[in-house]
Design a protein around this ligand. Structure first.
Ligand SMILES: *[C@@H]1O[C@H](CO)[C@@H](O)[C@H](O)[C@H]1NC(C)=O
Ligand SMILES: *[C@@H]1O[C@H](CO)[C@@H](O)[C@H](O)[C@H]1NC(C)=O
Ligand SMILES: *[C@@H]1O[C@H](CO)[C@@H](O)[C@H](O)[C@H]1NC(C)=O
Length: 228
């Protein structure tokens, strides 16, 4: 099989579920990480259960005796690993499953900077950059950045290069330009609003709620496209 992948945000609690239902009469269940280090062992018929081993998870894990799920609290990036479950059934036959846990730090909020804006006849020329304060683009690990306007995402990377737009007013401007930074578990954005013929501002008197609902609809779709 392909091992299930569980993605978690650092600092959160996560529950790793056994991919199949356990038989009622199993005799032993063991959770391991990196496939070798024991975390916890559970024998339904023995007292003094479950037994937690000295691992980096000690004190942060609990075993759910009903489902056999492993609950990890306060996940850290270096908890990312392959977890293995070994189950011994009543006739002494072992079965194993693997689960991949990936823990990511949340992305930090980007800030749009208006580098240039000027009106040229019927056009408005704009140059926008987007950066995460105190973070270079390559420090944003496992993240992608997308420019959005009211018709959808623009085919331009954000953190590494500036966005140059030459819009024809009134035909084809967007009411807003958003820089959206995402990783598999979180996203943050910054938005500037356009007013014809050639003004950008940080707040919009009319469109805010509409844009917010647009983002709520679009972001999961965009993330789905980026991270599958
Ligand atoms: C995570 O689990 C710990 C320990 O079980 C608990 O104290 C804490 O409230 C939980 N945090 C969240 C965000 O659920
Ligand atoms: C996250 O980034 C690291 C280092 O760049 C890479 O090895 C890993 O495959 C990435 N993980 C995901 C889920 O994209
Ligand atoms: C506006 O229209 C011009 C010409 O059709 C096109 O090159 C440009 O990409 C459009 N800009 C926007 C923001 O849609």
């Amino acid at each position: 099989h392909v091992a299930p992948v569980v993605k978690a945000i650092s600092g959160s609690n996560v529950s790793l579920q056994i991919p199949e239902r356990l038989p009622d009469d199993y005799t032993k269940l063991t959770w391991l990480y990196t496939a070798q280090q024991k975390i916890v062992e559970w024998s339904p018929d023995k007292p003094m259960n479950p037994k937690y081993f000295d691992s980096k998870f000690k004190g942060r894990v609990t075993l759910d005796p009903q489902s056999g799920a492993l609950n990890i609290s306060n996940t850290q990036k270096d908890d990312s690993s392959t977890f293995r479950i070994k189950m011994l059934n009543a006739s002494g036959v072992a079965q194993t499953w693997n689960i991949l846990l990936q823990v990511f730090d949340p992305v930090r909020k980007p800030v749009i900077k208006i580098e240039t804006i000027r009106q040229e006849n019927n056009n408005c020329y704009m140059k926008l950059s987007c950066a995460i304060p105190d973070q270079s683009p390559d420090q944003c690990v496992n993240c992608t950045c997308t420019w959005l306007e009211d018709s959808g995402p623009l085919p331009k990377e954000c953190l590494s290069s500036a966005l140059e737009l030459n819009v024809l007013v009134p035909q084809n401007y967007s009411m807003f330009y958003t820089c959206l930074v995402s990783n598999p578990v979180s996203s943050e954005s910054d938005t500037v609003y356009f007013t014809p013929p050639c003004t950008l501002s940080r707040s919009s008197s009319s469109g805010v709620n509409w844009i917010a609902s647009w983002l709520i609809v679009m972001v999961p779709t965009i993330l789905g496209l980026l991270f599958t």
